[in-house]
Design a protein around this ligand. Sequence first.
Ligand code: HEC
Length: 284
Amino acid sequence: MGRTFTSRLTGLLVVLTPVLLAQQAAMAGPEEDRIAFSAFYTARFPDIAIADFADGIYAIDEDAREQWLDIEDFPPYEFTIDNGAALWQKAFASGGTYDDCFAEETDDIRPHYPRFDPTIGEVVTLKIAINNCRSQHEQTAYAYDSSEITAITAFLAYESRGKQLDIRVPEGEPRALNAYESGKQFYYTKRGQLNFACSDCHGISSGQYVRADRLSAGLGHPTHFPVYRSKTGGMVSLHQRFSGCVRDVRAKPFELQSEEFRNLEYFLTYMSNGFEVNGPGSRK
Ligand code: HEC
């Protein structure tokens, strides 16, 4: 009798444990992830005010910060913003403008991208939305690394400076959650010959050196893009940065605006929800 009871109990636990674990996993949604992501960095860098993580490595490295502030006194991306503003304001041959394609005012577009589009079931980034607008107005799409589209994103970032990132994973939309989850998985998956995940360098090793470079925190990463890089003397997008980091671990590169990178951007930008947009920026 006692034995039967014990074995029944064991049997019940075997059945229940996976159910309980599954329930816990189901409860840990994007918002729980974001809180845990942020708490990791505030515990790791207790002296850094949370908003300062938007400054990337310059939040961590004081010497580099001084040089960077000097550069920001005469922003090397100023011309790009002006160029982007002119492109944005110029009417298409159809008579329409970019403004017609966006629900938000010009100074409130950037904080809401990337966003999940239920009609296509995919994540739409700002660059995709800009090109969609062009095709609606019978204009050819820009290449994703063209100076024009990057200038437009620089202008939109500048217009939204000070506004908080507000990325949504709509409830009751499993495809949005899937996109978010695949971006999250990308971030934590080791890859390439060096077998490093994004989180290895920008999480558990943040603040440390790899060769001559000191590693920034993943928190706040998307706030300031696109950036002017003094190393290349040109503007660089977030996906170009993703590409560079994937190449650095000697892994298979993904296309700019590929589904993988859009989902990665969705996850990573969600992690920085509440941070103020401060793009465009400048980096080494
Ligand atoms: C081997 C280490 C390493 C790995 C792995 C790595 N990165 Fe980086 N990453 C760097 C270094 C070094 C820099 C330049 C210094 C800095 O800002 O951290 C950088 C810079 C960046 C930046 C620009 C930061 C800024 O403030 O502008 C972003 C964004 C970024 N990485 C994202 C990623 C993502 C996403 C992944 C995963 C696909 C990844 N990185 C994987 C080393 C790494």
